[in-house]
Design a protein around this ligand. Structure first.
Ligand SMILES: C[S@@+](CC[C@H](N)C(=O)[O-])C[C@H]1O[C@@H](n2cnc3c(N)ncnc32)[C@H](O)[C@@H]1O
Length: 281
């Protein structure tokens, strides 16, 4: 049995770093820059320690096996999950306007939901705009199962509520007491609006019962190269109804894909009709 090494002492060789880069790019689309070797070493060191592995080579050998139980810890370690409530706040009034104008139930996919602040912000916006009986369903997904657990639990340190004003914190969260002091929990009226699931945007089959009216895909495409971005946009396009809105991150620009999406506002795009379906231009 391999002797677990103290991960502090194990260096990630250039060859293993390149291997890790290749695997995560092929399977999750994530394009780790060549300058990130020490970051990757630090993140994977935790996986070595938690799984009692001797070195990075052993981890990478295991991850390359089909159905490896180490794949998920590997990908969880290599994702970057920075997020906050009402991040890129200018998007939420646009979402509210869309909801007001839309007739009937609305289906929203939050496709890189991280620890949940984004889908909960969408749910708050829906109820603040349409009231308690808002017919809005949100599906929140991510590739990373650790962040999804946090998202689904809906419990956050009160100190992390930087994107929330006090009125929203009081209206939408229950403040913990006793051993939960310092924590806040999302109120049940938001919980019932959101479902969670794991989806790899690059490879998983995207089978949904109905098309989405709105998709949030913010601050994840920056990790993908241009051909992968195009593939993911095509995949998202197939899951949306024409006229629906795609919200992108502040540094993501999809104007090269004007056959699929048209710019509607600051990093917000409208899903265009299928060209082939109508035999149009
Ligand atoms: C920087 S966070 C952005 C979170 C949120 N959308 C926001 O803008 O605040 C990027 C998220 O994308 C997820 N991610 C990375 N690659 C992915 C993939 N191939 N499929 C689905 N999610 C992915 C990561 O796990 C991470 O939680």
């Amino acid at each position: 049995m391999a002797q677990a090494a103290s991960s502090q002492q194990v260096a990630l060789s250039m060859a293993d770093f390149e291997r890790a880069r290749r695997i995560i790019k092929e399977r999750a689309g994530i394009n780790l820059q060549a300058s990130k070797q020490s970051m990757v070493q630090g993140r994977l060191a935790r996986v070595l320690r938690d799984h009692h592995l001797a070195d990075y080579g052993a981890l990478l050998d295991a991850v390359q096996q089909p159905q490896s139980p180490l794949w998920q810890p590997f990908v969880n370690a290599l994702t970057t999950n920075l997020t906050s409530f009402f991040r890129e706040a200018y998007h939420f009034p646009m979402l509210a306007d869309f909801l007001k104008a839309h007739q009937g139930p609305v289906r929203i996919w939050c496709s890189a939901a991280s620890t949940g602040e984004e889908p909960w912000s969408i749910a708050m916006t829906a109820q603040e705009t349409l009231g308690a009986h808002a017919s809005v369903k949100i599906f929140a997904s991510d590739i990373d199962t650790d962040v999804l657990r946090t998202a689904q639990a809906g419990v956050y340190p009160v100190a992390s509520d930087k994107g929330l004003d006090e009125a929203r914190r009081r209206r939408w969260f229950l403040k913990g007491s006793g051993q939960n002091a310092g924590l806040m929990r999302v109120r049940p009226e938001l919980v019932r609006m959101v479902e969670f699931g794991q989806i790899n945007l690059v490879h998983d089959a995207l089978r949904f019962p109905q098309p989405f009216d709105v998709v949030f895909c913010r601050n994840v495409m920056i990790y993908f190269d241009t051909p992968t971005q195009r593939e993911v946009l095509q995949r998202i396009h197939t899951c949306m109804r024409p006229g629906g809105l795609l919200f992108a991150g502040h540094s993501e620009n999809f104007s090269a894909h004007g056959d699929l999406f048209a710019l509607k506002g600051k990093t917000v795009y409208e899903r265009l009709p299928d060209r082939t379906a109508k035999g149009a231009v």
